[in-house]
Design a protein around this ligand. Structure first.
Ligand code: FES
Length: 466
């Protein structure tokens, strides 16, 4: 269960700080949103320290599928209906700007991120859903994307209907992010790995505590850690978490479908391919989305591999050579939260709720967060992504449902199985990965109780289980 992107990149170790620190801005999390924000801030003349609990680009960004597209499932019709056509247009513009910016950054910094321009598709197999896809194509085009309704794609199996958007990007996400980190450090930024933030207080200035007791002072703090490690705003109640499995195998170049494909059917299926060192193409298939802690990873992997073998030319039968899992955070209204962490804060900012589209939304977050911190000109989509926005009425039910799930897992947590050290939900044990997972906000713990993924910051209590 190792990400292909992480296995194929070497990164210098960036050790934890030796004592207390001070910086203009502390960015927590060295994934795509954190690194993009940090780089913008360094360029704006700020002294920036990035604190990463694990390794650079080895969390959600290092496990993503590396699709950099403005087409996000069936989002535009819904957005236009709920927020109006202007909101859909702003969303499309912000995403297209992220694509443009990524190409620019790769060129400017000389990063070989295996960038490829390909079309992106959202498709359905169920003919009854074709009208929904038609409306999405119309809404995406009205929002400004080069989108059309099609019934033929580059996939080797038939689909009922699809939206096709031209000129989208796929890339090697970790190569891109390691290039950004290198540039950040070359410009005077500092990155510390293996550095877990355990607390944050905003007083006259921000004060972060680190596991081990060191303290970091900063004028501003950016939290780019999926679920924010502190939450004063109830934002956490408006987020849910989902895990998807990824399998990948090299196939003959002629067998790899050209383009990026996504369907919500079958528990989500996503297909793309990437260059492979021996001239073949690596076909990457994602799916089998579940809430963390649901278990059954072995069966779900086998189901995904069997699907890939049945549907995609050249994809081998049996266990795929590469297997990993990706974890994503979803907002209640399907728009990311990028901006002030709560209505009263002036100096703590978040970027979260990317809903499975973290590559483009992470790049969107960078300059937007930097503009919040510096007070510079803000992009026209600032309000669209503001975490302080009101929920549309219909989303309130969704929040209530997700909170009821949290409450159920919390109540269940008083029994013998381990409880999460974040807010006490009952954990599920994944046999295949030998990991404890929290269904409430996605914390993950090694079998010995060590925190692998927040928002939890404290290890599990040792106890003998029956
Ligand atoms: Fe919040 Fe477990 S991650 S309760």
């Amino acid at each position: 269960m190792g990400s292909y992107w992480i296995d194929t990149t070497d990164a210098p170790v960036r050790p934890p700080p030796e004592g207390d620190l001070r910086a203009d801005v502390v960015v927590v999390g060295a994934g795509i949103a954190g690194l993009c924000a940090a780089r913008e801030l360094v360029r704006a003349g700020r002294e920036v320290v990035v604190l990463e609990a694990g390794r650079v680009a080895a969390g959600a960004s290092g496990h993503a599928t590396g699709k950099l597209t403005s087409l996000h499932g069936l989002r535009y019709a819904r957005l236009a209906h709920e927020r109006g056509p202007e909101a859909a247009e702003l969303y499309a513009r912000s995403q297209e700007e992220a694509l443009r910016r990524t190409v620019l950054l790769c060129g400017e910094l000389g990063i070989d991120a295996e960038l490829e321009r390909v079309p992106a598709f959202t498709y359905v197999m169920d003919g009854e859903r074709a009208p929904e896809v038609f409306l999405e194509a119309e809404a995406a085009r009205a929002a400004g994307l080069d989108a059309r309704y099609v019934t033929v794609t580059g996939l080797p199996y038939p689909v009922a209907a699809a939206v096709r958007v031209e000129d989208q990007l796929q890339f090697h996400p970790r190569r891109f992010l390691l290039g950004l980190a290198e540039d950040l450090v070359a410009r005077g930024g500092v990155v510390h790995e293996g550095t877990r933030v355990t607390g944050l207080r905003e007083l006259a200035e921000c004060r972060l505590t680190l596991a081990g007791g060191a303290v970091v002072h900063a004028s501003d703090v950016v939290l780019a850690t999926q679920f924010p490690l502190v939450c004063h705003s109830g934002l956490m109640a408006r987020l849910t978490v989902r895990r998807e499995l990824v399998v990948a195998a090299p196939v003959a170049a002629g067998d790899a479908p050209e383009g990026m494909y996504f369907t919500e059917e079958d528990g989500v299926r996503s297909v793309r391919s990437a260059p492979y060192p021996d001239g073949r193409r690596l076909v990457i298939v994602t799916g089998e989305a579940v809430t963390p802690g649901a278990g059954g990873t072995g069966q779900r992997l086998a189901r995904l591999e069997a699907w890939a073998h049945r549907h995609l030319a050249g994809f081998p039968g049996g266990p795929a050579p590469y297997r990993w899992a990706a974890q994503d955070v979803y907002s209640a209204d399907h728009l990311p939260y990028i901006g002030h962490e709560h209505p009263d804060t002036q100096h703590v900012f978040v970027a979260t709720g990317f809903g499975g589209w973290g590559m483009s939304n992470g790049v969107v977050a960078g300059p937007l967060l930097a503009a919040h911190v510096t007070g510079g000109p803000r992009p026209p989509w600032t309000e669209l992504y503001d975490p302080r926005r009101l929920l549309p009425l219909r989303e309130i039910g969704e929040v209530a449902r997700s909170q009821a799930t949290v409450a159920r897992h919390y109540m269940a947590g008083f029994g013998p199985p381990p409880r999460c050290t974040h807010m006490g939900c009952e954990l599920g044990f994944d046999e295949s990965e030998q990991i404890w997972e929290c269904p409430c906000h996605g914390s993950r713990f090694a079998a010995d109780g060590t925190v692998l993924h927040g928002p939890a910051t404290a290890p599990l209590e040792r106890k003998d289980l029956p």
